[in-house]
Design a protein around this ligand. Sequence first.
Ligand code: ZN
Length: 212
Amino acid sequence: MPRRFIILIIFALCACERGPTLGPGDDNSLATASQADCGFVQNSYGQRVSWKKNIPVTLKIHPTFPPEYEDTLKKAAQHWNDVAGMTLINFATDSAGSPNKAEKNLISTVHWLQEWPETQKNLQALTNLYWQGNSLYESDVIVDAKYFNFFVDKPQNSNDIHLESLLIHELGHVLGLKHRSTVPSVMWATLQGAAIRSDLTDADRETIKCEY
Ligand SMILES: [Zn+2]
């Protein structure tokens, strides 16, 4: 039985990042050579992790996600769809009455959380990725609506977070992207209050084409 790997990726105001938790893999993975990361998360054998042929990813919108922000969520996904020239992410309504937490259940979901651990109150959002071998099979996004306020057009104060910019970043993680720090990118680990970073860069475009 192949083991499953899990990674937690955190979008934080600080540069702190929880690294991947990696376990032993299967022999098939061992037989494959490592690859250049190209901006993607890699498994313990250096292979890029992505959805491969299982595109588009369907993200369920949990009922807690504010309806007035659904257009912003879809707009964020459209940035990635546009640079890929194909639909990478689409959305469905989560009507199953699932709990409002990021749980591993083979269903990728976006949650809006009013409860958030104080120990992680510097995190604006968090994306969990689950993969087997080099293929993602689930991703869950949780947004910290306890410690942060969000804006669409204009911030009310300097700490407010531009929701579209935040969601572009988190959806980048959903697609398998990791943080960048050496090139202009929407995948920088830090998004300052009131800042708008909603234009994908050349680096983001090149990255996405490595896998999609
Ligand atoms: Zn991040």
